[in-house]
Design a protein. Structure first.
Length: 454
């Protein structure tokens, strides 16, 4: 039996923190206690370090196709970047490919994800809201896919009728709807107006998606959740008004959940005033907002309105992918790299704002596990759980730079950000995959996570 003992750590879960030892056997946590007297093959001294459950990034995109046929970074590099950044489980948004069934899309995707360095599961982005898609939903649930993304904006947007139909079915099946909430029609109209006036730079990406276009759509998503009873996660909330609506809906007993991302908490719309095409680095949807939103979003992070912080990672290159759309901001691929720095950024800025360590764990690991059917296998430190553990040195410092990152991108939105605290060691099911901040694992060791209805 393979065994390991981690001694003297400061163990942090979503409900508790204490000093102690963790015994790992065959990839699982076997015991937790003070001064465990056991003989193991390997011992790690974690004195002075926090031990967190492995991060769960519940919103990422691998290999996103761009308009010129190129694709963003994939599992071969960015699952490693996730690991180095303290994330041991990812939930990847599989895109229903044009003309293909959900099942075909998933089985093609599974070929790529086999390479993963960490454990992974799938959500599915429904792009064809037709009968064929509708009728295969139960098949996907059997395969362990229990959450589906529905778009209210962009060219794959669903009508309210389609949203209502699919969300009603999710309620019956016990699935979760993840909603991209922006108003399609108004955004398209503003985009056309700007382009026809010759306003084609990345700045107009943000100008054509003003705050009310998110707030309106969130309100509509809440209405659909109320009418159908479907558990509804509002993805990547960027406005404090939008988050407030979600909190009010929760208070009324509507099954809605809130997700936000580091970039909405840390970056603002001044990034759209950069020289030349540079602002394209920050073209994502919804766009970065007026900094007035920070207080409302952060208070939701600290007090409970926010359920999940995810990266919405897209591994784009500035020098290639982001050059698309130089003549028309609508063609710039939407998204930015973030899988590697989510955990550290939220730790650092959370601590500065007085966040409890347990709340940090809840946001980056425990809540995503609970909401998406992975708990308690993932998302906590308890006997029987997978030994996915992060040994974190709160005294060390790091500076984020594109030069030193594992993410396969030639930039990071957080260039030169100084971070207090550093990931030292990462265990995936008891195997050391990161040591002293460096990746020491093997590609392909990640397992597919078949999720169950909660
Ligand atoms: Zn996304």
């Amino acid at each position: 039996m393979k065994s390991m003992l981690i001694r003297n750590g400061h163990i942090v879960t979503a409900s508790d923190q204490f000093k102690g030892d963790i015994l790992i056997q065959d990839g699982k946590i076997a015991a937790i206690g003070r001064d465990l007297k056991v003989q193991t093959l390997e011992t790690i001294d974690a004195l002075g370090k926090y031990i967190f459950p492995g991060g769960i990034d519940a919103h990422i995109h691998m290999e996103v196709p761009c308009s010129d046929g190129s694709i963003s970074a994939g599992y071969d590099t960015d699952s490693i970047a996730a690991a180095v950044g303290g994330t041991t489980t990812i939930l990847d948004y599989v895109l229903q490919e044009n003309g293909r069934s959900l099942e075909e899309s998933v089985s093609r995707w599974s070929e790529k994800s086999k390479l993963s360095a960490i454990d992974y599961g799938f959500h599915l982005i429904i792009t064809q809201a037709n009968d064929r898609t509708f009728n295969e939903l139960n098949l996907l649930v059997e395969q362990g896919i229990t959450s589906f993304k529905l778009f209210m904006a962009n060219d794959i947007a669903m009508t309210d009728k389609e949203l209502f139909r699919f969300m009603s079915e999710f309620k019956i099946q016990g699935c979760t709807a993840c909603i991209h909430a922006e108003n399609k029609e108004i955004i398209a109209t503003l985009q056309e107006q700007y382009v026809s006036q010759g306003n084609i730079s990345p700045t107009y990406h943000a100008k054509s998606r003003p705050e009310p276009t998110e707030v309106e759509a969130i309100n509509r998503a809440i209405t659909l959740s109320e009418l159908t009873g479907c558990i509804t996660l509002i993805a990547h909330i960027s406005t404090s008004r939008g988050l407030k609506l979600v909190q009010e809906a929760k208070d009324r007993g509507i099954p809605v959940l809130a997700e936000t991302c580091p970039h909405y908490l840390l970056l603002s719309e001044d990034k759209y005033e950069l020289e030349g095409h540079e602002s394209a680095k920050y073209v994502l949807s919804p766009p970065l907002r007026n900094p007035d939103n920070f207080e409302g979003l952060w208070s939701g992070v600290l007090n409970g309105a926010v359920n999940i912080i995810a990266s919405d990672h897209n591994g784009f290159y500035y020098s290639t992918h982001k050059q698309l759309g130089k003549e028309d901001f609508r063609k710039i691929p939407n998204g930015a790299p973030g899988i590697e720095h989510r955990f550290s950024l939220i730790y650092h800025h959370g601590m500065k704002r007085g966040m409890e360590l347990s709340r940090f764990v809840e946001l980056v690991s425990t809540n995503p596990a609970k909401i998406f059917g992975l708990y308690p296998q993932k998302g906590t430190i308890a006997p029987g759980s997978d030994a996915d553990l992060i040994l974190f040195d709160p005294e060390a410092e790091q500076v984020i730079t594109a030069k030193n990152q594992y993410q396969k991108s030639d930039y990071t939105p957080y260039e030169q950000t100084k971070i207090q605290g550093k990931i030292d060691t990462v265990l995936l099911r008891g195997e050391r995959i990161v040591y002293q901040g460096k990746y020491v694992g093997t590609l392909g060791k990640g397992n597919y996570l078949k999720r169950t209805i909660q």
